[in-house]
Design a protein around this ligand. Structure first.
Ligand code: FAD
Length: 404
């Protein structure tokens, strides 16, 4: 009898966690495992705000996938997933196709622009290494160009961040630290630079502890960030954005607009015909897609309801990694012919948002924390994620050790 074919799509937090756990659980005689990813490297999505602002080099945020997979057991295919044909148990790639007996979809998120005109064309998003590198280069280009122009255009130095959720706030923290460096490097008066955060909700970090929100906003304002809370971006243009509040609209001219206000599941989900809400499939307790006993969907492509409040959990790396562990155990069970699978239950250990290198806010291990203590915790969380996938060796290679 031939080995079952297990195909894992995506080598982000969910996919890599699944594959690195599964490779330890099953032997080469039990399953043929294939991992597919667009790039030959994994990137820490949760560090991309740093690469985008230019406070951390993008190479620090990525490592070769081959460093953490057992190539005797896992066949790595570098390719782009285009479509999943569940009725044929087939994955269509840009350069070929793969058959599967069991499939894991862990393709992460795409930006959600809520149909706001111009965002796709003119705004940047913090999505992957390429987009982070582009944002960093674009901001530097604006600073480098400013002094070469005879008629100086100060709006070139205005940076708008759409969204004051976790990604927006973390990016603002890095940017507020990076701007003084850029001003020194390009001989620019810091007073000419504006960083404006526009958030449609009535508060920054919606749903987070109000005391911690106040701390975060105060710290960022102290570093020069202007907040437009309760204000919606109506349109993005080549010149900046148009915002609306209380029936009034205003144009804010800006050389850089970064959209950090929402994600949806990877478009492959909807294009492949899975029933989804904003590209996220409400998976069964065992992480399989409803009606598809051979397809697991994890990470940002999946939707899990928090039964305590009857609302979906926000998509996080924390959940993606925990799902990866359960998914690996469930795959091993199926490979060995078991019918009973383990249900997934998130174990939320806390949430910490960084505000630059040496500051953060969060709740971890049941305690509220701010400042260097929270920042230390954030780095421990980042290091733990590396440890979970690649052990102590990966932490030593890629970990964050500059604590204060
Ligand atoms: P990802 O880790 O994004 O991985 C998806 C993988 O699929 C990538 O390797 C990608 O290259 C690959 N891929 C995508 N499309 C294709 C395709 N068509 N073909 C082949 N390969 C493909 N979460 C937290 O828990 N804590 C935080 O502090 C935190 N901070 C964040 C900060 C930022 C700036 C951002 C953007 C997100 C943050 N998140 C945080 C959210 C977290 O990063 C995501 O929830 C997490 O990455 C989801 O994991 P995943 O495995 O679903 O997807």
């Amino acid at each position: 009898m031939r080995n079952p074919k297990v195909v894992i799509l995506g080598a982000g937090y969910g996919g890599l966690m699944t594959v690195t756990r599964l490779q330890k659980m099953v032997s080469v005689n039990e399953a043929d495992i294939t991992l597919v990813n667009k790039h030959d490297y994994h990137y820490e999505t949760t560090w991309l705000h740093e690469a985008s602002a230019g406070t951390l080099h993008h190479d620090r945020c990525r490592y070769p996938i081959k460093d953490v997979i057992d190539t005797n057991k896992v066949n790595f295919v570098q390719d782009s997933v285009k479509l999943i044909k569940t009725d044929e148990k087939k994955v269509i790639l840009e350069n070929g196709e793969l058959n599967y007996d069991y499939l894991v979809v862990a393709l992460g998120a795409h930006p959600e622009t809520f149909g706001i005109q111009g965002l796709k064309e003119y705004a940047f998003t913090i999505s992957n290494i390429n987009s982070a590198r582009q944002i960093r280069e674009h901001i530097e280009y604006q600073f480098a160009t400013y002094n070469t122009e005879e008629e100086k255009d100060d709006t070139r130095l205005t940076i708008v961040v759409g969204g004051a959720g976790f990604t927006g706030i973390e990016f603002l923290g890095e940017l507020a630290n990076r701007v003084p460096e850029l001003c020194r490097e390009y001989d620019i008066d810091p007073k000419k630079v504006r960083i404006i955060c526009v958030e449609a909700a009535p508060t920054a970090l919606p749903g987070f502890d109000p005391e911690l929100v106040e701390y975060a906003v105060n710290q960022l304002q102290r570093k020069g960030v202007e907040f437009r809370i309760g204000t919606a971006i109506k349109e993005c243009t080549e010149q900046g954005i148009i915002v609306g509040k209380d029936d009034q609209t205003e144009e804010i001219k800006a050389g850089t607009v970064i959209w950090a206000a929402g994600v949806r599941g990877n478009s492959v989900i909807e294009e492949s015909g899975f029933e989804a809400m904003r590209g996220r499939v409400k998976v069964e307790k065992d992480l399989r897609a409803p009606g598809h006993d051979d397809v697991f969907i994890i990470g940002d492509c999946s939707l899990i309801i928090n039964e305590e409040i009857n609302r979906p959990y926000p998509p996080t790396a924390q959940i993606a990694m925990q799902q990866g562990e359960v998914c690996a155990r469930n795959l091993a069970a199926l490979i060995r012919g078991k019918k009973e699978l383990e249900p997934f239950k998130p174990d939320i250990k806390g949430t910490v948002a960084s505000l630059g290198e040496d500051d953060a806010v969060g709740i971890a291990l049941g305690k509220k924390m701010v400042g260097t203590k929270a920042s230390f915790m954030k780095k421990m969380i980042d290091n733990r994620a590396l440890y979970m996938v690649g052990g102590a060796g990966l932490v030593l290679k890629k970990g964050k050790f500059k604590f204060f």
